[in-house]
Design a protein around this ligand. Structure first.
Ligand SMILES: Nc1ccn([C@@H]2O[C@H](COP(=O)(O)OP(=O)(O)OP(=O)(O)O)[C@@H](O)[C@H]2O)c(=O)n1
Ligand SMILES: C[C@](O)(CO)[C@H](O)COP(=O)(O)O
Length: 227
């Protein structure tokens, strides 16, 4: 396999990029550009050197930019559907699922994730919560939520492919929907390793996130941050 030598077999990056970007309001989000490069191009470029193949789930009627080192498939109705289709389109032994909407992916995070996968077969990048957390009740302070032991889940998430296929099949059979893939594995009662993530891995979801991404791109593209 390419680059990483502590995992046996082939590794594929699976990039769900078929969302409509409703909260951002600029059309299909993966094609929105930050400093001249789309979120999708940035995510593929971060992963392609570290894996054997890259597969991308796209919205109907769209195609990959020319020259991008990736293969496209048609995405599904939901993120979960898109990831299931991606899983079915590869025979890799290990898969890394990464949101196109998280364009700033440091290589050291991918290395740490790949290193963590063999122990349990399932691992996700996540960040310990740093803010005070509170329940909102009708717009008022409804009570503190202790933040100790709480992590905010990011992507990439890495799995033995067979394990994630099993988790997706079980979820589909039972009509269960989760907002991420590690949650489907955890739901089977199986362990998921948490790998410390990175603040720069935020998901571009709202116009405010896009403004942050434009600012970060200036140092990221100049190579003047510490990634
Ligand atoms: N049917 C879908 C829905 C989402 N995604 C992908 O899953 C990732 C996380 O989804 P999100 O940030 O929610 O993107 P959107 O669904 O595009 O955003 P919104 O919910 O605001 O419409 C994105 O890379 C998105 O393209 C996908 O592949 N297929
Ligand atoms: C997968 C994910 O990015 C982990 O935090 C998140 O759950 C995606 O959520 P979304 O509502 O589909 O953006």
């Amino acid at each position: 396999m390419t680059g990483i030598c502590f995992l046996a077999g082939r590794t594929a990056a699976l990039i769900p990029a078929a969302g409509s970007g409703t909260r951002l309001g600029l059309g299909p989000k993966a094609f929105v550009e930050v400093a001249g490069k789309s979120l999708l191009v940035r995510s593929v470029a971060a992963l392609a050197p570290l894996v054997d193949e890259v597969l991308v789930a796209l919205p109907e009627g769209s195609s990959l930019p020319e020259g991008l080192p990736a293969r496209a498939i048609l995405g599904g109705e939901t993120r979960q559907d898109s990831v299931r289709r991606l899983l079915q389109a590869t025979s890799a032994d290990v898969v890394l699922v990464h949101d196109a909407a998280r364009p700033f992916l440091p290589a050291h995070v991918v290395h740490a994730l790949l290193e963590a996968i063999p122990e349990t077969g399932a691992a996700t990048v996540a960040l310990p919560v740093a803010d005070t957390l509170v329940r909102g009740e009708a717009g008022r302070w409804g009570g503190l939520v202790p933040r100790e032991s709480l992590w905010a889940v990011q992507t990439p998430q890495g799995f033995r492919r067979e394990l994630l296929l099993r988790a997706h099949a079980a979820a589909r059979a039972e009509g269960f929907a989760a907002t991420d893939d590690a949650g489907l594995v955890a739901r089977l009662g199986l362990p998921v390793t948490l790998v410390p993530g990175d603040a720069r891995l935020f998901k571009v979801t709202t116009p405010g996130d896009l403004a942050l991404a434009q600012a970060l791109a200036r140092v990221w593209d100049a190579g003047t941050d510490d990634a």
